[in-house]
Design a protein around this ligand. Structure first.
Ligand SMILES: [Zn+2]
Ligand SMILES: [Zn+2]
Length: 1019
């Protein structure tokens, strides 16, 4: 059997993303490429990537989520190419209110009560189906973008093993004495009838028009004297128990309309201005003197409860919560409806009055207002105060108010009994853990995250809903004792009677009763757990912990997580809390934070705004690689302002990159270039300066990009690679070596160019692989796979390139920059003098004091002469400078480091060469139009307009014939009509008309019209 020779093969000429990506997807499917790569890398050092699970609340991922997944895929692919054994399990956050709301909407269920009558079993099953269906659809969308994760086994927060880990976590907290229940003032959604977390409260706001009223609280000692308070929530007045003043401010007694008011001195002027009342100052005293002053509730006749409160209706002190920025400096205090009020209330042993039910209506104890929705009662309360003579002034105010981020109902604040984890006292431990975590960018951790931790509060984890992890707390119906269950086994073993649990969800789990030590029966507390506790436990739960402890021992903690900037207060925080509570440390080592994907005007993308674009649409139009390349070059932690124009531009880059490989593959495959047969080191003596320059650039770029990728500065790595491929390779090196690739013989000089270009292209392809996996795979399969015997089945098994420091040369690169500057000065000067680039000139002289320029003239001498198209190019002798300056023979120009002189006096030989080059360029254009292979031969006719031109061209006959690969070239003057089958064309050159005809030799040979070759030689 003959083994096929290994050499570079040919790449399709056109970059067609549709075809490229379809082929690669087919290949990956047939060869199980993902599984293959994963298996081959499974022996490396562990790298635990932890996926932040999206909510599967819709079947179409937001473009920001697709960006997020592409970043993750890039990191995973990079780490694999560095030899790591990467854990790449994706996840979905399947529980929670967004999904419950979608099901409520689907079945027109409007409240918690209606869910009960709809049937809890059916409701929860619908939630599960909804989540699983959407998760499956999202998986397809992510996979389609080339995201290589373990899509067959995503972790799903609603699976029993996951729920068991949540239970285990709470049991840990319980055993450490951190988990119990207590009264807390919480933000509450009266529509969803559940508590919301602090970090959910910051998610959505609306502007509400509310009452703004000044109310008179009559002193118990003198009903004609009042404490003047201000509030925007009249509905909390039935729950008032105290007034706060600041002990450090000055307060006054003032007289107005024969009544006496107490308020802060600094607030008298603004209050007079707002209410139109004139105050007459009676007395000034420090706020501390007001402590203990008692008053009567203005609503005590309408809300009888107010009459029977103990230890209430007195002035208490607070220097932290009473300010002079608004109101009167006397603050209405209702511990049942305000966190600060609650805190001050606890300190002063004030009663907690909370008169609002789960749906936001007044309880029966609210007297006159019982059963009424609280916000609707505001005007009634104002009218009542007015009728009772306790209203000082009423107006309205617009203010920003938090709403439920799922259903947009304005939130209320109320004291409720909740289950919570005590972490408020652990701030130092949290900050210590943040300090030992790597944050990218650094300021996200050092500033934003630490600032957020300053407000650390106890973690209220109970929710009063259905679709979630059930709270594993059973309470004795007789003695009230609580028991925390840590696993399914523990539950079934301790159940009063044998139970079949199809899943650990409500309502099935609600039916399980336990036996208490006292002999009584224990029932489950009906709450479910905050979804952020669930996702916070992902680092352990997805490993099957605690059942599968060996997995966790190997992988935990996570090496890397990456999510959007909104996760500072959410998932980054949730993971940290869970990790500290259960394991005593942060469950991740490195965090990368990215921005939001917005529209071109910087607005959020929403279906309702009509600016919603999906990654799928972008991929359909411009390709998956174009989408990936575009989002990955965006500065990671800044917002991405999506623009179709930008995408088009970036797709252009991909075409340029493709064309660079096409150029190399065309000539290398023609010459059957076999890189494994001859190394750069073997060709060392044949390397030209520009080859050594490219090797320096290549190795420098490898070094820089590796460092950037190791530090997750992916966008900088992408930009560096783009610059390398587009500027260094496509615009520079490829142009410089064109003539070397065009010679027929297998010279060492040509091989040196090939070997250099090959090394650069292969390294670049490797480094591009994590970013644009389709394009790189396609180039690899077509062009490189058979170039070397040891090449693996897929580009994704190539090892990341290693740089060789010996090739990196600062001086070569500096001198190349000087060379390029000289060449662009020459080009400008030629343009100014109307001299074509193709027209050779006798000499170019340079005057400069710069060592770099002088060295460049030596190092890149041959390159400079060729590219400047000058017979001579060198330093001008110092003594002749003034002569050059005056001479009409020279065109001159200044550049940054000196001056440049171009000899304009052309000899016959130079004119002939200029004309010949003009001819060659047009004939090559005709070869392209004829779609000839680069190595096919032609017969050629050339009709010049004059004998003089014909003579000039005849002197360049061999040159022209070689350049256009003509077996025979006839040059004549006058008018010859060239016949079929020649492809003919007329051209204007220097204002006169030439006629050329070309015919592929094989065409005439087939017709038996063998016109024997008169020229041979290089093609
Ligand atoms: Zn709601
Ligand atoms: Zn009991």
């Amino acid at each position: 059997m003959v083994t096929k020779r290994k050499s570079v093969t040919e790449l399709p000429k056109q970059y067609d993303p549709k075809r490229v990506e379809a082929d690669v997807i087919g290949l990956w499917g047939r060869d199980h490429t993902y599984e293959l790569v994963k298996k081959r890398k499974s022996q490396g050092k562990k790298f635990y990537f932890l996926d932040g699970p999206p909510f599967p609340s819709s079947d179409t991922p937001h473009i920001g989520t697709s960006w997020n997944k592409v970043i993750k895929d890039t990191v995973i692919r990079y780490k694999r190419s560095r030899g790591f054994n990467v854990r790449d399990q994706p996840g979905y956050d399947c529980h929670g209110l967004p999904i419950e709301l979608a099901i409520e909407e689907k079945f027109c269920v409007k409240s918690k009560k209606e869910i009960q009558s709809f049937g809890l079993e059916r409701f929860v099953s619908e939630c599960r189906t909804f989540a699983e269906t959407n998760a499956a659809a999202m998986t397809l969308a992510f996979e389609d973008l080339g995201v290589w994760m373990d899509w067959n086994k995503p972790y799903m927060t609603h699976h029993d093993y996951y729920i068991e880990c949540d239970w285990w976590g709470l049991k840990q907290a319980w055993s450490k004495g951190l988990f119990d229940h207590g009264q807390r003032v919480v933000h509450w959604c009266p529509r969803c009838e559940t508590v919301l977390s602090d970090y959910e409260v910051v998610l959505a706001y609306t502007v509400l028009r509310d009452a703004s009223i000044y109310v008179k609280f009559p002193l118990a000692s003198n009903p004609k004297e009042y404490i003047l308070i201000w509030t925007t929530t009249p509905w909390t007045l039935p729950s008032n128990v105290a007034v706060m003043v600041n002990p450090n401010f000055e307060y006054v007694k003032v007289k107005a309309r024969d009544e006496i008011y107490i308020l802060a001195k600094e607030r008298t002027a603004p209050v007079q201005a707002e209410t139109g009342q004139a105050f007459q100052l009676l007395e000034t005293f420090p706020g501390s003197k007001l402590e203990g002053l008692t008053y009567k509730s203005p609503l005590e006749t309408l809300v009888p409860l107010q009459k029977n409160l103990e230890n209430a209706h007195r002035v208490v002190l607070s220097s932290e919560y009473v300010t002079l920025s608004e109101g009167t400096g006397c603050v209405h205090t209702a511990p049942g409806h305000g966190e600060e009020d609650y805190e001050v209330g606890e300190r002063n042993k004030l009663p907690v009055v909370m008169l609002v039910d789960d749906q936001g209506r007044f309880l029966p104890e609210a007297g006159k207002y019982a059963g009424k929705p609280i916000r609707d009662t505001n005007s009634e309360i104002i009218d009542d105060l007015k009728a009772l003579g306790f209203l000082f002034h009423a107006t309205e105010i617009d203010h920003r108010s938090p709403v439920c981020w799922r259903c947009k109902t304005p939130l209320i604040i109320r004291a409720t009994k909740q289950w919570l984890i005590h972490i408020a006292q652990m701030k130092d431990q949290f900050v210590r853990q943040v300090n030992s975590t790597i944050w990218i960018p650094q300021w996200a951790g050092a500033n934003q995250f630490k600032n957020w931790l300053q407000g650390l509060k106890d973690w209220v984890i109970s929710r009063q809903r259905f679709w979630g992890t059930p709270l594993p707390v059973w309470t004795c119906n007789s003695c009230g004792k609580d028991r925390i269950i840590g696993s399914k086994q523990e539950l079934t073993e301790n159940a009063v009677s044998k139970v079949e649990l199809p899943t650990l969800h409500r309502p099935w789990v609600d039916a399980v009763k336990l036996r208490c030590d006292c002999g009584g029966e224990m029932s489950r507390v009906e709450d479910i757990i905050d979804v952020w506790f669930e996702s916070g436990g992902a680092s352990l739960a997805c490993l099957g912990y605690p059942a599968n402890a060996a997995e966790a021992k190997f992988w935990w903690p996570a090496d890397f997580i990456v999510e959007g900037r909104d996760q500072i207060t959410a998932w980054f925080f949730g993971l940290l809390r869970h990790g500290i509570v259960t394991m005593g440390k942060c469950p991740y080592k490195t965090v990368l934070m990215h921005g939001f994907a917005l529209d071109s005007q910087g607005r959020e993308m929403h279906k309702s705004l009509g600016n919603f674009v999906t990654a799928h649409e972008v991929a359909e139009k411009y390709g998956r690689d174009a989408f990936r390349y575009y989002v990955l070059q965006t500065t990671l932690w800044e917002d991405l302002q999506f623009s179709w124009d930008a995408i088009r531009q970036y797709q252009g880059d991909l075409s340029t990159i493709w064309n660079t490989y096409v150029f190399a593959s065309t000539y290398m495959s023609l010459d059957r270039f076999a890189p494994a047969k001859i190394s750069i080191n073997q060709l060392k003596r044949n390397l030209r300066a520009e080859d050594r320059w490219l090797l320096s650039r290549t190795n420098r770029v490898i070094r820089e990009v590796t460092l950037l990728m190791d530090n997750y500065k992916i966008h900088e790595a992408v930009r560096k690679l783009k610059e390398f491929l587009v500027e260094d390779l496509s615009h520079t090196y490829v142009r410089y070596i064109r003539r070397r690739t065009w010679v027929e013989t297998q010279s060492k000089d040509k091989l040196a160019a090939y070997a250099t270009l090959y090394a650069a292209l292969k390294a670049a392809l490797c480094m591009l692989t994590p970013i644009i996996p389709f394009l790189t795979e396609s180039i690899y399969q077509h062009m490189l796979r058979n170039a070397e015997p040891k090449h693996p089945e897929t580009v994704h098994l190539l090892d990341w390139p290693k740089y060789e420091a010996k090739w990196i040369s600062d001086s070569l690169e500096e001198e190349m920059r000087a060379t390029q500057e000289l060449l662009s000065s020459v080009a400008e000067l030629r343009m100014a003098k109307g001299l074509k680039q193709r027209q050779p000139v006798p000499q170019i002289l340079v005057s400069s004091d710069s060592t770099t320029v002088k060295n460049a003239l030596r190092t890149y001498s041959a390159l400079l002469r060729e590219q400047a198209n000058s017979r001579r190019l060198g330093l001008a002798p110092k003594r002749s400078l003034s002569e050059l300056d005056d001479s009409k023979r020279f065109g001159k120009t200044k550049f940054a480091d000196g001056e440049l002189f171009l000899d304009l006096k052309l000899t016959k030989s130079e004119l002939a060469e200029g004309l010949a080059r003009d001819v060659v360029r047009r004939m090559q254009q005709m070869r392209k139009e004829m779609d000839l292979k680069v190595d096919s031969f032609v017969y050629a006719y050339l009709v010049a307009p004059s004998k003089n031109d014909a003579a000039l061209l005849k002197s360049k006959h061999d040159y022209i014939a070689a350049e256009v690969r003509a077996k025979q070239l006839k040059i004549t003057a006058g008018e010859i009509k060239i016949r079929f089958p020649y492809y003919t064309k007329r051209w204007q050159i220097n204002g006169t008309t030439f006629e050329f005809g070309l015919c592929e030799t094989s065409k005439l040979l087939q017709k038996g019209q063998d016109e024997t070759a008169s020229t041979t030689g290089p093609r």
